[in-house]
Design a binder for this molecule. Structure first.
Ligand SMILES: C[S@@+](CC[C@H](N)C(=O)[O-])C[C@H]1O[C@@H](n2cnc3c(N)ncnc32)[C@H](O)[C@@H]1O
Length: 809
């Protein structure tokens, strides 16, 4: 059977648990225990009748406290499971059959105690419930008066209702001593009270009125009878208990039609009068109305003989006459008027509300805008401060430089990041301007021309500054001079041009950023030129191949992008890729200092063919974008944070500008696999990072932690339950101290035994040989074993060995 949930009443209280512990069938048993403790009626009783006894809690208590050989009878509507020394049968105590059955059991004996704990099927209206309970009490009293011996005790349950005093009055007529009490085990929220009536007077003759509910109580039904009932249910006649009304000593009442028409209580008039007369001229004028039929006239002549239908007809006639006389508007019109009025009112309210709402909304929007603006300004300020702080921490600025951020975008050309941004802007511009629209065909030469002639004025502050920088101007001048003769060659070198420019810019910006000098222009130009030559016409073909490879496998794409030709990304992709790399580099930083990290990012971009091939900094593979997944990557990021210059320096190596263009694919493949530059990352750093990762991995996963928590919670709940049970046993009033101690130790031993109970070993021989499922006569946990327990011993040894870390032979 499913466990009942706890209700608002707190059904499963300590008496519930106590009853379970002590084997009582109901928590009600404790009510009798407590009543008996107070009045001691069970110990001296020899015969007891329990009316309404199921499931038998009170019978169990009676059997426990009454002397041996006592006669205990229990009766209930439902059968009661047998109880030693108790006779029970099923019957309705309100019937004669029950009386006869009791007589049959009692023979000539008289009862010392009659108990009644009956509860009728409650659940209807409270008044009705209470009344049924009181009625049941009277029935049980009736049986008690019949079977109780003189001086006997009657214990009954009553509800605190208006009938309570009537009942007490009756009890007092029949018993010498009547006391009402509420035992502690009776819930406070329950309206029940127990009345203990002692010393039965056993009168020779009992007035039947004492035991007749109709006399003892005001009938519940009568209370609801009103003149409404008398009109609409005329067959239910009200008994005149009150006698005549004040100053009214007649039984015949009459009134006039005008009164009936004008009174706000027409039903009351119909109920209170015998006849209604057409007395005045105005009344008589209504006689001529077509609705005043003969039937209506007859009904008004004698109201006391009318039925429900007649009264309804009279009330309908009244409404029609009132409309006719102008005392009332027709119902439909009244309804229509009411509806129109309601609609008008609603419209007015809505209009009013609309205006108000509109204003409120506007105000809201303004306030919201203000809030957003203030928030944005605040955030920007915070970011700027963080950036400056970081730059200082990375020794990128002198403390005196703090505040340059606030100088705005038109501040002086501020190092690598701005240079890079400017380049991106230029590329964007030229892309949009280029006639063929092919982003990858960005033409350096054309860009230069366009810049000189048309675009320069269109450039934003930062881009304009970039090109006004003498260093870049010289790069462009030289480049233009070199390429001037060969438009075709320039066109072929176009894709490389964009990238090369970027590389040159990267080198420049790293220089600008690092030492702030620009006297190595020629070196940069060399780098640039070399790059231009490297990027030959074969790039287009390679790009084509890569595209195919990309579609086939994303991993291949990553490889080819990283090793073969990382510079070959389209120009449009560059800013994104660069930002990803920058993010990766900055992952170990908390701030998004793009300025500082751009430098390193660009420097790495230069030689990403080889130098950083092991580091997944571009975020094109693996989990989240920009995440540093390998220990090497993390170590590198750590180093960048510590000393970015060392990392940048290390990126200039013999692999950086290797010309792989004409090398066979198989060779390049081998090179990629085995020829890797040594990274400027110390073994210790990588080891420390791996150690940290191992420590993180060693932490239990969330699910395991949750399971452990649940287990612990269950254990705590179990313990709490145990403590509660033990406490309720300790509080039991009808138990001796030693019994309590035994009960508690039994409770604990049961739990402990349950916890450590080992499975019973059942040897698979004889009848148990080859048995499938539980062998006969075996209870609880069991395990089938062979007589020598070979398998078990082997398993135990194996487990032991495993624990010791021995290898199996
Ligand atoms: C609260 S229980 C009694 C509990 C009982 N004293 C015990 O300790 O287990 C009330 C019982 O009254 C019974 N009852 C209600 N009306 C009855 C009737 N007219 N005749 C016999 N039993 C009735 C119900 O069947 C129900 O079992």
């Amino acid at each position: 059977m499913g466990k009942k949930g706890k209700t608002g009443k707190g059904r499963l209280d300590k008496y519930y648990h106590l009853a379970k512990e002590q084997g009582f069938r109901s928590r009600a048993a404790f009510k009798l225990v407590q009543l008996n403790k107070k009045y001691n009626f069970l110990e001296k009783a020899r015969v007891l009748i329990d009316l309404c006894a199921a499931p038998g809690g009170w019978l169990q208590v009676a059997s426990k406290y009454m002397p041996a050989q006592s006669l205990i009878l229990g009766v209930d509507l439902v059968p009661i499971k047998p109880i030693p020394r108790v006779i029970t049968f099923a019957s309705d105590i309100t019937t004669d059959k029950c009386r006869a059955e009791l007589r049959g059991e009692m023979k000539t004996w008289k009862a010392d105690v009659v108990l009644h704990d009956g509860a009728p099927n409650v659940g209807t209206a409270w008044v009705q419930d209470a009344y049924s309970q009181s009625e049941l009490v009277l029935h049980s009293l009736k049986l008690a008066t019949e079977f109780l011996a003189k001086g006997g005790t009657f214990v009954t349950k009553v509800f605190r209702s208006k009938d309570y005093n009537s009942l007490l009055w009756v009890f007092n007529q029949l018993f010498e001593n009547v006391e009402a009490t509420k035992p502690p085990s009776s819930r406070n929220v329950s309206a029940e009270i127990f009345v203990v009536c002692r010393d039965f007077k056993a009168p020779k003759k009992i007035d039947p009125k004492f035991l007749d509910p109709r006399h003892v109580f005001d009938e519940v039904e009568e209370q609801t009878v009103t003149h409404l009932t008398s009109v609409f249910q005329p067959e239910k006649k009200k008994r005149q208990r009150e006698g005549y009304g004040d100053g009214d000593y007649t039984l015949f009442h009459t009134t006039t039609i005008s009164q009936f028409l004008q009174s706000p209580d027409p039903v009351g008039i119909l109920a209170a009068n015998n006849t209604i007369e057409f007395a005045s001229d105005a009344d008589r004028a209504l006689l001529a109305h077509e609705l005043t039929t003969d039937e209506i006239k007859t009904c008004f002549a004698d109201l006391k003989v009318l039925g429900k239908k007649d009264f309804k007809a009279l009330l309908k006639w009244r409404v029609a006459m009132r409309v006719h006389l102008g005392l009332e508007v027709p119902k439909e019109q009244a309804q229509a008027d009411a509806a129109a009025a309601k609609a008008a009112k609603a419209a007015a309210e809505e209009e009013e509300l609309d205006d108000e709402e509109r204003m409120a909304r506007e105000l809201d929007a303004l306030a919201k805008e203000d809030r957003v603006r203030a928030k944005r300004t605040k955030r920007k300020l915070r970011e700027k401060r963080a950036r400056e702080l970081l730059r200082m921490q990375l020794n990128m600025t002198a403390p005196t430089d703090v505040g340059t951020e606030q100088q705005g975008e038109d501040a002086l050309f501020d190092g690598g990041a701005n240079a890079t941004r400017a380049l991106v802007e230029v590329q964007g511009l030229s892309d949009s301007e280029s006639s063929d629209g092919d982003e990858s065909d960005y033409d350096m030469d054309e860009a230069g021309v366009v810049l000189d002639d048309d675009v320069a004025p269109k450039l934003s502050g930062r881009a304009a500054m970039f090109f006004s920088n003498p260093m870049f101007a010289s790069i462009f001048e030289e480049e233009r001079a070199k390429k001037a003769g060969s438009a075709k060659a320039t066109k072929a070198a176009a894709p490389a041009g964009g990238k090369a420019t970027k590389r040159a810019a990267a080198v420049i910006e790293s220089d600008v950023d690092m030492d702030g000098s620009d006297d190595d222009d020629d070196d940069y130009l060399d780098v640039y030129n070399r790059e231009l030559e490297e990027e030959s016409a074969s790039r287009k073909r390679k790009r084509q191949e890569e595209k195919i490879a990309r579609t086939l496998a994303s991993d291949d794409e990553v490889d080819s992008a990283r090793h073969d030709d990382s510079d070959d990304d389209s120009d449009v992709e560059q800013p994104a890729a660069k930002s990803r790399r920058t993010e990766a580099m900055a992952a170990s930083d908390t701030s998004d200092d793009s300025d500082s990290d751009d430098d390193a990012g660009e420097a790495m971009d230069d030689d990403d063919d080889t130098a950083f091939s092991d580091v997944d900094l571009d975020g094109t593979t693996g989990p989240p974008e920009g995440a540093l997944t390998t220990p090497h990557a993390l170590a590198l990021a750590h180093m960048v944070k510590q000393n970015k210059h060392a990392v940048v320096d290390a990126s200039f190596n013999r692999y950086a500008y290797a010309d792989n263009a004409d090398l066979p694919a198989w060779f390049l493949e081998d090179e990629r696999k085995f020829n890797k530059p040594v990274m400027p990352v110390s073994k210790e750093t990588v080891e420390a990072i791996m150690e940290r990762r191992r420590a993180l991995d060693a932490r239990p996963i969330k699910k395991v932690a949750e399971a452990k928590y649940r287990k612990k919670k269950r254990a705590v709940a179990k313990l709490t339950r145990l403590v509660k049970k033990a406490a309720s046993i300790a509080e039991a009033e009808d138990m001796t101290e030693s019994a309590k101690a035994t009960a508690v130790s039994k409770l604990l031993s049961k739990k402990v035994a349950k916890q450590h109970e080992k499975p019973k070993l059942v040897v698979a021989r004889g009848t148990n040989r080859g048995v499938k499922g539980r062998p006969g006569g075996v209870k609880g946990r069991y395990k089938m074993v062979d007589s020598r327990m070979k398998k078990e011993l082997r398993a135990t040894k194996r487990i032991g060995d495993k624990a010791k870390g021995k290898k199996r032979k």
